[in-house]
Design a protein around this ligand. Structure first.
Ligand code: TMP
Length: 211
């Protein structure tokens, strides 16, 4: 029986979600509410999920798109069953770097391998009934985003072309429009400090925790 609160961060590559999550972690670690929060990442976090993450992002043998879809789903089942569900049942606030909206945007809208309805069904199945209470979508154009990447080493998804990443953005825009109550659409071209203020104010308001 869920008692906690579930927050996810979503967006395309280099949208600034890791920066925001790291700023949040730092703020929470020095607060009295340190033990109330659990940070996770999708794909990954569970031991098996981290193995799957390496395969998805760095395997030499490019997976078939359906294989890719099932690998993301498999990692999420492990994450939900072994980490998120128990934490929510204990009343924790779980913050996840990506969740099933990523599957809908990347495998659904961008890969376009199955009708969105079917990807949505599979994505929900992988979350074993868990739905985020609140999602921050950091909305940034892929052209802007890749300027931020500079010379860093890119994984297999980041190496997809501009058309693919434009489809991801279009996917997220659609998902955000359809889930206005849950998803906060944030202009990610704003400064990190500005975005952080928006995010922390909303978290304080929703969780009633005065960070
Ligand atoms: P990141 O967590 O470091 O952003 O990298 C994960 C990559 O995997 C990123 O390119 C988005 C992609 N992804 C999917 O394609 N589908 C999914 O369901 C998830 C969770 C991530």
């Amino acid at each position: 029986m869920k008692k906690g609160y579930f927050i996810t961060f979503e967006g395309g590559e280099a949208c600034g979600k890791s920066t925001q999550i790291n700023m949040l972690k730092k703020m929470i670690e020095s607060s009295p509410y340190k033990d109330k929060f659990v940070f996770v990442r999708d794909p990954g976090q569970s031991p098996l999920g981290e193995e799957i993450r390496k395969i998805i992002l760095f395997a030499k043998d490019t997976p078939n798109p359906i294989t890719e879809l099932f690998l993301y789903l498999a990692s999420r089942v492990e994450l939900c069953e072994k980490i998120i569900k128990p934490a929510l049942n204990e009343g924790k606030i779980v913050i996840s770097d990506r969740f099933y909206d990523s599957t809908i945007a990347y495998q659904g809208y961008a890969r376009n391998i199955l009708p969105i309805k079917e990807v949505l069904h599979l994505a929900k199945m992988s979350s074993i009934g868990l739905t985020p209470d609140l999602t921050f979508y950091l909305n940034l154009s892929p052209v802007e985003a890749f300027k931020r990447k500079g010379n860093s080493v890119l994984d297999r998804m980041e190496l997809e072309g501009e058309t693919f990443h434009l489809k991801v953005k279009n996917g997220y825009d659609n998902i955000a429009k359809k889930n206005k109550k849950r998803i906060i659409n944030i202009d990610a071209s704003k400064s990190p400090e500005n975005i952080f203020e928006i995010i922390t104010n909303i978290i304080k308001d929703k969780t009633k925790i005065n960070l």
